[in-house]
Write a protein that binds this ligand. Sequence first.
Ligand SMILES: *Cc1c(COP(=O)(O)O)cnc(C)c1O
Length: 399
Amino acid sequence: MSEPPKPTTWAVEAGRRPEWTQNHEGTGGIVNPPVWRASTILYPTIADMDAANHKQDETLFYGRKGTPTTWALREALTGLEPGAAGSMLYPSGVAAIAGAILTVAKPGAHILLPDSAYDPTTAMGQGLLKRLGIAAEPYDPLIGAGIETLFRPETALVLLESPGSLTFEVQDVPAITAAARARSIPTLLDNTWAAGIHFKGIAAGCDMVVQALTKYVGGHSDVMMGAVSATAPLFARLRSTAWALGQCVSGDEAALALRGFRTLPLRMARHEASALKIAHWLKAHPLVDRVLHPALPDCPGHAIWKRDFTGSSGLFGLVLKHGSRADAARFCDDLQHFGIGFSWGGYESLCIPTSPEAIRRLNTFRPSGLSLRLSIGLEDPDDLIADLSAALDRMKDLA
Ligand SMILES: *Cc1c(COP(=O)(O)O)cnc(C)c1O
């Protein structure tokens, strides 16, 4: 056996099965799986229809169950998480999180959510899940093995997100998953920040890993999609839950996500290098209090990041010494290269003010001044530094 291919090679080759790209004679084929648009599938005979009904997955049955375009993307994503048995696609990252939670939680269940979770995940706990009789309890993202003190007989899931949204706490994923496994409690990791490139969630002991493909996998700010990859014991339940909820994506969008996938490791390398350069420059600036970048010592859980991650991405937080949310326009409005907007992971840089202290229930995050989140895109980092330098100059007289 030869060595397994390196990430850039693998990203180019993943999900390109000949049966999805070749002509019927097998004498020629195209590079990409074509964009299949489908609702009805036509069968030559009733026997063929019955056979398809029996199989259902990765065979043409009905549009909702997918086509070679979506199967190719699913296969590629499963390969991103060694140890996963399969992956399902959802129309957004939030839909993927809901699909994963509803795979294991039922009325009366208790689930644990990190206090640093993506805001809509927290809101799902306080809204939809509460209505379904599922109690979502926040926990300190830095709790590590201490998570076991929060387990109850009815605990059905531990959610993890590392690093956390806005405040970037890096979690001790292996310690938390080991504690949960000892009690047979499934775990779900939101691995969007690392894009499945810099951290392997299933290998770290998680049962399910979710990614908002909207971010780095899509990479071009033109597609909404989410995915969940799961280990063998859970994959069949994940899939039947997704099917029961009617979750599916179009071939057009799956093709966009697959296109992004081909260049994912390359783009991640550039996001990482530029973001590190900018983060270090910011850290040395006299008006900057803290840079919440997992690769910098200011970041809570930095030592765990060093132990567990193979790299970093382009998204990090910035806390100024002075100013407040009310001064955000002064910093952001005149930026030349950064857009003001939600989402992240696209080729273009973004900057938004953040107020994590307003949405957290346990967190003691008390920024000294204006708090911001930067998504570093593929522009030249020196242009971005010049832009941030001018923005910081505009904040000088708040000192
Ligand atoms: C954006 C995001 C999501 C949700 O993805 P959508 O496709 O926008 O629904 C989930 N988790 C994290 C960490 C995110 O940043």
